[in-house]
Ligand binder design. Structure first.
Ligand code: NAP
Length: 320
């Protein structure tokens, strides 16, 4: 089977870029991978890990002759990076990203993309709280959603190619507008992270309970928040700065709902509390039913093709 993409360029090799590199190779989705990262230390580590065919020093060098360029860096840095690579992009190439926010990224990237190059932003809804090239693993995207947000009038063939690429990595692909993506993720990801960051900070500042007690009794619920609140500070700073409007809208709604529960508690309205918790329990059961329940990284989940024994071998001239 021939690979979907001839040459893949990765700009940024952290958790997401490192996972794409491993998965693209393992599942035979690309013929070759050229990677680069901002720091010499990360580039050196990528060479040591051997997860790319070539590691180069500059972003412009990485995208030369690439058919698909995926920018895997914090969303605030995407615009300047695309401005930097614009002149080196091959006509007909696809430029994509993995940012957790889409409208701002689209607005920042689009003005720099030359005519004849296809900009198709994407967001794999998969991750862990770890960062850096060592934290990536090939099964990260298996059975997870990858949302593509092509701008209006985007090239159909380019969208199909990117769709096929993410499917080969094991992801389920969905297409929506950047604006809708940002609303959906504000409630399913960004607001939960904001709450986790808040509550872990509150526990730290609460002086009547000692830090060692907080750690000792964390299985009472706190532990799950600490995992989310350990997520990368740069990435999440950029998410809140770039999806501000949608998150603020969700936060206003959240504060109203919290006020309702607070009132019920103060009034001793057990029925209101019980009804609310019954509704939320049904949501949890729905998530379990559709197989999106695991908070742990998806180690051990089988790629669909792996489960059926039809996984393509990594590309080599012999198996084309
Ligand atoms: P990461 O592990 O911290 O890796 C970030 C990479 O970006 C590193 O290679 C880093 O290079 C590079 N970088 C950082 N700042 C840069 C800058 N100003 N200019 C150029 N390169 C820069 O991060 P990640 O978790 O892979 O996240 C990358 C993107 O994926 C983010 O946009 C995030 O929103 C999105 N995303 C993350 C998750 C998740 O759960 N983590 C899930 C879905 C999508 P150096 O190592 O050389 O500094």
């Amino acid at each position: 089977m021939s690979p979907i993409i001839d040459r893949l360029a990765l700009i940024g090799v952290g958790l997401i870029g490192g996972s794409i590199a491993r998965a693209a190779r393992e599942y035979g989705a690309v013929r070759s991978i050229v990677a680069t990262a901002r720091s010499a230390a990360t580039r050196k580590r990528v060479v040591e890990l051997g997860i790319a065919d070539r590691v180069v020093e500059t972003n412009a060098e990485a995208v030369k002759d690439a058919d698909l360029v995926i920018v895997c860096i914090p969303v605030g840095a995407s615009g300047p990076v695309v401005a930097e690579i614009a002149a080196a992009l091959k006509p007909g190439a696809i430029v994509s990203d993995v940012g957790s926010v889409k409208s701002a990224v689209l607005n920042d990237m689009a003005p720099h993309v030359p005519k004849g190059v296809h900009l198709i932003p994407a967001h794999p809804v998969a991750g862990t709280e770890n960062s850096g090239p060592d934290s990536g693993f090939s099964e990260l995207f298996v059975n997870r959603w990858c949302i593509l947000t092509p701008p209006e009038g985007a090239d159909k063939e380019a969208v199909e190619k990117l769709h096929a690429f993410w499917s080969a990595l094991g992801a389920n692909v969905e297409i929506m507008t950047a604006e809708h993506h940002d609303m959906v993720l504000a409630i399913t990801s960004h607001l939960p992270h904001l709450i986790a960051y808040t509550i872990v900070g509150t526990a730290e500042e609460f002086s009547q309970v000692s830090r060692s007690e907080v750690l000792k009794f964390s299985a009472g619920g706190f532990r799950d928040f600490t995992r989310i609140a350990a997520s990368d500070p740069t990435m999440w700073r950029d998410v809140f700065l770039h999806n501000k409007d949608a998150v603020l809208e969700m936060l206003a709604q959240f504060n109203e709902d919290l006020a309702k529960l607070t009132r019920a508690m103060r009034r001793g309205d057990g029925n209101a509390l019980f009804d609310h918790f019954t509704r939320t329990r049904a949501i949890r059961r729905g998530i379990v039913q559709i197989g999106q329940d695991s908070a742990a990284p998806d180690f051990g989940r089988a790629h669909p093709a792996k489960a059926t024994g039809t996984i393509p071998r990594p590309y080599s001239a012999d198996n084309e």
